[in-house]
Design a protein around this ligand. Structure first.
Ligand SMILES: Nc1ncnc2c1ncn2[C@@H]1O[C@H](COP(=O)(O)OP(=O)(O)O)[C@@H](O)[C@H]1O
Ligand SMILES: [Mg+2]
Length: 397
């Protein structure tokens, strides 16, 4: 049976997937038209999955020899552009041997070439030998640094005019950066790459987006079709609210529910399951949880910290404060005290809003002791601390 993938690119035979190429339909057209263009998106969006599917489809069409490969092996070379080109050319050959039938593969050895023109010379030799127009997808292009990056870009630009007979018909550069950023990355001076660069035209840059609500629903529906376990409409909506359609997160949430929480078919996956998995995922995921025990004061403070990067590359921390309280038998509702304590915590941490989580452990909730607590429907109610700071209250019963 297939599963939700959270480790690298998806494969249709192993993983639940939404059809990859349909996520970026323009890419195929641009490649067929012989364009040189950029595909960019943050990490874990599905770039590699989508472009691998594109390469496969183009080759299978019988009209092109399309190859997807990663430039990562060139990263340790730094500014040593000869070493970087050697590493990329080695990867390219290995990938060609596994992705393409014999007659479409590059010549047995790359021709001898000066250090500044190794890639260009190799691509000319391959394009001349190959019976079909070449489509090359340079994935992880950001891995190439400084002089190495500049050298690859320049050689592609130089060859561009000779395509398709003596150079690849289409080239796709795939990475985190948009095309505008390439100019800066290639030396800081936009004019150095020249305005005729095939990579500096806005129209030739595609941004792979996140999943829409419909796409997320379609993905979760695959599990229902294969395993007979539906996600309720509310579960799908809550998952979209919490993930905003970020593809990796959408998969990670489903995986947490099915494999860690072990909610088994045919029980439907509900919005409560999704919330529980989300909270659990924060704690187990890339974030950090700092605990402070208010010993004897009946409280625990948590600070969940999550690293992220601004588009400028600057590193930041998202910080979310959580106050935990237990509601015991015969005791008053701890909500009022909890909000006051949360406020003190928020002031100490310099935050203007936070979360209060109440574990309802009163005995008359007969089943509560025998099963894990679950968020109540319509949980996360907005509230205010005494001085008016924002809070969300989650009651687990
Ligand atoms: N077509 C798809 N359907 C469902 N999930 C996908 C799809 N493409 C990507 N994903 C999700 O995104 C994750 C990252 O995919 P990947 O192609 O490696 O992205 P990127 O190259 O942008 O880092 C996968 O592990 C999976 O969780
Ligand atoms: Mg990738």
């Amino acid at each position: 049976m297939r599963y939700f993938n959270t480790a690298g690119p998806c494969r249709p035979d192993l993983h639940y997937m939404v059809p990859a190429m349909e996520r970026l339909p323009e890419a195929r057209t641009l490649a067929e038209q012989g364009m040189y263009f950029v595909v960019h998106a943050p990490r874990q969006t599905g770039k590699t999955t989508t472009l691998m599917a594109l390469a496969e489809a183009l080759t299978a069409s019988g009209k092109y020899a399309a190859l997807h490969f990663s430039c990562e092996s060139g990263e340790p070379a730094g500014d040593d552009y000869a070493a970087a080109q050697e590493a990329v050319l080695a990867t390219l050959r290995i990938e060609a041997e596994s992705q393409l039938p014999g007659p479409l593969r590059p010549p047995r050895a790359w021709p001898k070439a000066p250090k500044l023109a190794m890639l260009q010379t190799a691509l000319v030799a391959w394009a001349r030998k190959c019976p079909r127009p070449l489509v090359l997808i340079f994935d992880e292009i950001d891995a190439l640094r400084g002089e190495s990056f500049r050298s690859v870009l320049r050689q592609l630009r130089t060859g561009y005019a000779r395509r398709p007979k003596d150079f690849p018909h289409s080239v796709i550069l795939c990475g985190l950066r948009d095309v505008r950023d390439y100019k800066a990355a290639s030396g800081g001076d936009p004019s150095r790459l020249g305005t005729s660069s095939p990579f500096n035209i806005k129209v030739d840059s595609l941004r792979l987006g996140d999943f829409s609500l419909e796409t997320l629903a379609e993905l979760y529906r695959r599990h229902e079709l294969e395993a007979g376990q539906p996600f309720t409409k509310e579960a799908v909506e809550r998952a979209f609210e919490l993930t905003q359609g970020q593809p990796w997160l959408v998969n990670a949430l489903a995986r947490e529910i099915l494999e860690k929480m072990r909610i088994e078919a045919p029980a439907a996956i509900t919005a409560e399951h999704v919330e529980e998995a989300y909270i659990q995922g924060i704690v187990n995921g890339a974030g950090y949880v700092d605990r402070e025990y208010g010993v004897g004061r009946g409280r625990i403070d948590l600070l969940v910290r999550w690293p992220y990067k601004l588009p400028s590359g600057e590193r930041k921390w998202q910080r979310e404060a959580v106050e935990l309280k237990v509601w015991r038998q015969g005791k008053p509702d701890p909500r009022k005290d909890g909000l006051a304590q949360l406020e003190m915590y928020l002031e100490r941490m310099g935050l203007d809003r936070g979360h209060l989580v109440i574990f309802d452990r009163r005995r008359h909730r007969a089943t509560a002791a025998r099963r894990p607590l679950r968020p109540r429907p319509a949980c996360l109610k907005p509230a205010r601390t005494p001085k008016g700071l924002g809070a969300k209250v989650l009651l687990l019963a």
